[in-house]
Structure formats: structure tokens, C-alpha cells
Design a protein around this ligand. Structure first.
Ligand SMILES: [Mg+2]
Length: 276
């Protein structure tokens, strides 16, 4: 059994490394983009799409699929990399990131198979996901809805309106993942508007909460296996992450929230993301 688990973790870690390689490749194709928040989310996205989500890449509109909304839409390079590796889209689409008339743009676009919602205007995804979860209950469907927000995104007050409504509706079929990399577009969150203590805030809003290391694949898998964390409550996974994770010059700095990527930078990034 332990061997099976070890194999799963290793498979997902390798998939996440490939996601990071592919997102940097996409950013080079576009010439710029959001390396920091894409990289902090990569391990969680890999665990979702290659292990947890009930989806059919060849049938992206399957009615009973689990839903995933990337509310922090600026991390779309990572979502596209995951969708390509999962088989929703052709791998060659990554080389059209941010290209003329490409559906793979700086933010998610529903024209790309597998994308559930256009996002990137921050603070909307949680309310949308809540609607999906409520809709599932009304229609008697058993799919689970996941939404990922950034910690800086929690500055948007609309998140807290949705947080209240979701716990009022006792939506056990809804899971929020906070990519808590402690940095937003223009600096560290404590120097902007502090959002801590995050776990206490979500508990106060009636959610069941678990905090994890968002780069520990075992912890990610265990948290996803434990859902819902409590029956009849929405679940919040606070994932402590590192912005730019995996590439040393991009780690833990707002300078790589969004930045230009040329051939030399891509080469440096890929050198640190070599396959094992
Ligand atoms: Mg952040």
C-alpha cells in the first residue's frame, strides 16, 4: 500500500515538474507573463488534474465532471500546461500563448477546452464556483466544485460575500484552495494589506479549514482525499506556497509576479527544472 502511495506521489511530482517546464515555455512564447503565481500553483494543479478531479479530457463538457475555477486567472500559463498534459488541448497550443487570436491567452478563456470560466478580473471565481456547487445540489448532481484564489486576491471584498453565502448554504460540495504565497503584484502582503490570520478568517465564516504545505505532494493528496473536511460545510485548504517555486531567481519575489521571458531566461529556468 505504501509502495502504491509512493508511486502516486512520484508520478504527481514528475507531472508538476513538467507543468513548470511547460508554463515557462508558454511564457517564452508569449514573451511575458505571470511566472510567480503560476509556479506556486503548479503542484496543486497537478494533483487536481492528474489524480483528484473527475474529468474526461476528450469530453470536456461532460455534465457530471468536477468543476475547477481558476479565480486567480493570471496563473493561466499553469492551467494551460495542465490542460495540455491531461489531453484537453494539443501540446502545440502552449507555443501559441498570448498569440494573435489564440484562445490560450494571459487569462483563462472558455474557448479553450477544459476552461470552466473566464477569470482574471479578481474576486469573481469563488462566487461563480458557489453557484456551480449550488446548481449541482438543485439538479441532484454529485460533482464537486473546486476554486483556487490567490492570497492577494482576497483583498477583493466579493470573496467574503461569497464566503458568507457558501457557508449559509452549507455547501459541502465546494472546496476553496488559497494559493498563499504571501506576495501580490506589487509586494509582500503584510506591506500592502495584511490578510492573516487566514485560517481563522475562514473558520469564522463557517468553513472547515486545513492548512498544508502547497508543495508537499503527500500533504496535497491527503487534503484532497479528506474532502469534504466536514459534512455540510464548504472546505477551505490554505496552501502555503512559494511564489515562483522551482526556479531560484523567480522565487519569493514580487518582481516575478509578471515579467518578460526571453530565450536566455527560459534556458535558465529549464536548467533548474530538469527531469530527474
Ligand atoms: Mg499571492
Amino acid at each position: 500500500m505504501q509502495q502504491t502511495r509512493d508511486a502516486l506521489i512520484l508520478r504527481l511530482e514528475n507531472a508538476a515538474r513538467q507543468v513548470r517546464r511547460d508554463l515557462w515555455r508558454a511564457l517564452r512564447a508569449g514573451g511575458s507573463g505571470h511566472a510567480g503565481g503560476s509556479s506556486s500553483a503548479a503542484d496543486i494543479l497537478a494533483a487536481l488534474y492528474f489524480h483528484r478531479l473527475r474529468v474526461r479530457p476528450t469530453e470536456p463538457a461532460w455534465p457530471d465532471r468536477d468543476r475547477f475555477v481558476l479565480s486567480k486567472g493570471h496563473a493561466n500559463a499553469a492551467l494551460g500546461a495542465v490542460l495540455a498534459q491531461a489531453g484537453f488541448i494539443d501540446d502545440a497550443m502552449l507555443d501559441r500563448f498570448y498569440g494573435f487570436e489564440s484562445p490560450f491567452a494571459m487569462h483563462p478563456d472558455m474557448k479553450l477546452p477544459g476552461v470552466e470560466m473566464n477569470t482574471g478580473a479578481l474576486g469573481h471565481g469563488l462566487a461563480i464556483a458557489m453557484g456551480m456547487a449550488l446548481g449541482a445540489r438543485i439538479r441532484g448532481q454529485d460533482f464537486h466544485t473546486f476554486v483556487m484564489v490567490g492570497d492577494g486576491e482576497l483583498h477583493e471584498g466579493s470573496n467574503w460575500e461569497a464566503a458568507m453565502a457558501a457557508s449559509h448554504q452549507r455547501l459541502g460540495n465546494l472546496t476553496l484552495i488559497v494559493d498563499s504565497n504571501r506576495i501580490a503584484q506589487s509586494g509582500p502582503l503584510p506591506e500592502l494589506v495584511n490578510v492573516e490570520p487566514l485560517a481563522d478568517k475562514w473558520r469564522a465564516f463557517g468553513w472547515a479549514v486545513r492548512e498544508i504545505d502547497g508543495h508537499d505532494m503527500g500533504a496535497i493528496v491527503d487534503a484532497l482525499a479528506a474532502l469534504p473536511l466536514e459534512a455540510d460545510r464548504p472546505s477551505a485548504i490554505i496552501a502555503h506556497t512559494v511564489k515562483g517555486k522551482g526556479v531560484s531567481f523567480a522565487e519569493d519575489t514580487y518582481l516575478w509576479h509578471s515579467n518578460n521571458v526571453d530565450d536566455a531566461i527560459l534556458a535558465r529556468a529549464l536548467a533548474e527544472l530538469e527531469a530527474p
